[in-house]
Design a protein around this ligand. Structure first.
Ligand code: SF4
Length: 299
């Protein structure tokens, strides 16, 4: 795939005096040779899948491997009922973390999810987008445009670096999801194309080097809780960008650095389930417990 340039798209949107989301809608619809309304309809369907994944996760589902489940529901209950002095996150952040956990727990429980950009990182965008929509009173219809923007950001990352944990580590999955969500959040809140670019860069920079080390090779630990963390970084990056804080390194170059780092990661830290958390004594014990017992049952 030829390298795309987010900077070029951002400059084009600025020159055309349209939001980044609007620019992406025009260009992507033209590229796909469909009406803009048809593209928005597709986004609406994806958003519906995301919403259902959150709701499914919030029922307290357990994962197939048995390592995760119920965290989204737990955080929701904690925030609804706990002592005010013990709530560290504000309402929007807490909701984003709750939804990110729940949507990714739905994935771990084999529920239907929207892989944006991947199944392992599928909680970040729903968490950020639905929390903002609810807490900032933004109509869910407007989320479609934000999702087009997010998808366009993901396309550029895929062309310059990777969206695959096996290729680039978790920076490519949760990092990319955070970047997509940060850019989409800025666009959703009326930020300029330039601010979208800074939000993407700031989110990615905070997750560069993140390794892929799933315990027992299952997309459960640390994936689910990492989705909540990536959602928090996305919100922080978006807020910094909206406040006028800029990335010193241009966004395209940040993506190129991400590609370089991904290539430098050893294979044990690229979805093989061997190194990092997967290689800890406890990680290995979980693997033995899950697959050892299964092997025993099959004998
Ligand atoms: S740790 Fe690996 S499998 Fe889990 S979300 Fe990150 S990239 Fe995906």
């Amino acid at each position: 795939m030829d390298k795309l340039s987010l900077l070029t798209w951002l400059e084009d949107a600025t020159a055309e005096n349209v939001s980044f989301g609007q620019y992406c809608l025009q260009t992507q619809a033209a590229e796909l040779e469909i009406e803009e309304s048809a593209l928005l309809q597709r986004m609406k369907e994806s958003l519906s899948v995301m919403r259902n994944a959150i709701d499914f996760g919030l029922t307290g589902v357990r994962s197939t491997g048995g390592l995760v489940g119920g965290s989204g529901l737990r955080l929701k209950n904690w925030h609804e009922g706990s002592d005010l002095r013990k709530k560290l996150l504000g309402a929007l952040s807490a909701k984003a973390a709750t939804y990110a956990l729940a949507a990714n727990e739905a994935n771990a429980a084999m529920g239907r999810i929207c892989a944006a950009p991947t199944a392992g990182s599928s909680g970040v965008l729903p968490g950020v987008l639905f929390a903002i929509a609810e807490e900032c009173s933004i109509a869910e219809d407007r989320l479609g445009l934000a999702l087009v923007a997010a998808g366009s950001i993901g396309m550029v990352i895929a062309s310059r670096a990777s969206l695959s944990g096996a290729e680039g580590g978790c920076q490519a999955e949760c990092g990319s999801a955070a970047a997509m969500a940060a850019g989409a959040a800025v666009d959703l809140l009326g930020g300029s194309p330039d601010q979208v670019g800074h939000a993407v860069a700031l989110a990615l920079k905070n997750l560069l080097g993140l390794v892929c080390d799933p315990v027992a090779g299952l997309v459960e630990v640390p994936c689910v809780k990492r989705n909540a963390g990536a959602a928090m970084i996305a919100l922080l990056a978006a807020e910094m960008a909206l406040a006028g804080i800029e990335s010193a390194i241009p966004v395209d170059e940040v993506m190129d650095a991400m590609a370089e780092i991904g290539h430098a990661l050893p294979e044990t830290l690229r979805e093989t389930g061997q190194g990092g958390l997967a290689g800890t004594p406890t990680g290995r014990a979980y693997k033995e417990r899950i697959f050892g017992s299964r092997n025993h049952l099959e004998e």
